[in-house]
Design a protein around this ligand. Structure first.
Ligand code: NAD
Ligand code: ZN
Length: 244
């Protein structure tokens, strides 16, 4: 991977950086992106038909089972070289904020600390009625497990289509994006709001936009640098070129 001298020189001058990651950042950990076709039992559904309050109201058991299946897949997954490279960047750039749309927890597992999980975390489960978190639940039951406190149905602590993002996290993400010198968009198709608008907030305030993606996206033409390929290869190469 050849990283341009121009990009390296911008990075050397940067004291504030933001990186936003999407499902593509976990693809090399064996986790599917939403745009990969769903497999097996789940092939007949679009994610929007499973990851929404309407879907949960219509058929809570179907939605619960889909998340149980994804939780299992994630349990076996490990961070890839891209996750580790981002944990390394955090140690090198004075103010670095990592924002993720992923719910898999792999950034934290790789050691990232300054992390905003905009879409929640799939391993956490909470009550759909009273909001209380559940520590344990019966995964083998025929019905959706219920809350110990109010008997409400349990659900994953993730942000579904049509739901609003955790306000505090979102505010911090917007603030960091407005204030940064360099903004990385990594493995995200950039179509899901409001994450997509973070790049525009950064650009409007003069940040250099660096996109790392296997394919072009709506952001590509606005990016100052587009590094095409896998984040698990490009990010370690970038860290090596910068800090040896
Ligand atoms: P997306 O599926 O819309 O887009 C994935 C992007 O990653 C694409 O642009 C693709 O070209 C790119 N890509 C694929 N493999 C790559 C690689 N190895 N390196 C670099 N780029 C690669 O995903 P999104 O933009 O994150 O948005 C969709 C929603 O999906 C989010 O809300 C997120 O919460 C959810 N989601 C999360 C996970 C997870 O936590 N692992 C998995 C699937 C979906
Ligand atoms: Zn409850």
């Amino acid at each position: 991977m050849n990283i341009s001298a121009e990009l390296l020189s911008f990075l050397r001058g940067a004291s504030r950086a933001v990186a936003l990651t999407g499902a593509g950042a976990s693809q090399e950990s064996g986790l599917r992106t939403f745009r990969d076709s769903q497999i097996g039992l789940w092939a007949q559904y679009r994610p929007e038909e499973l990851a929404s309050p309407e879907a949960f109201a219509r058929d809570p058991k179907l939605v619960w089972d889909w998340y149980a299946w994804r939780r299992e897949a994630i349990k076996g997954a490990r961070p890839n070289a891209g996750h580790y490279a981002l944990a390394e960047v955090e140690k090198k750039i004075p103010q670095f904020t990592l924002i993720t749309q992923n719910v898999d927890g792999l950034h934290r597992m790789a050691g990232s600390l300054a992390l905003l999980e905009l879409h929640g975390n799939i391993q956490r489960v909470r009550c759909s009625e009273c909001g209380e978190y559940a520590e344990t639940w019966n995964e083998d039951s025929e019905t959706v497990p219920r809350c110990d406190y109010c008997e409400g149905l349990l659900r994953p602590d993730v942000v579904w289509f049509g739901e609003s993002l955790p306000r505090n996290q979102l505010e911090r993400a917007v603030e960091a994006s407005r204030a940064c010198d360099v903004y990385f968009s990594i493995g995200t198709s950039g179509v899901v709001q409001p994450a997509a608008s973070l790049a525009h907030a950064a650009k409007k305030n003069g940040a250099i936009i660096v996109e790392i993606n296997a394919e072009t996206t709506p952001l590509t033409e606005k990016a100052d640098f587009f590094l095409q390929g896998k984040s698990g290869e490009i990010l370690p190469a970038l860290v090596k070129a910068m800090w040896g």
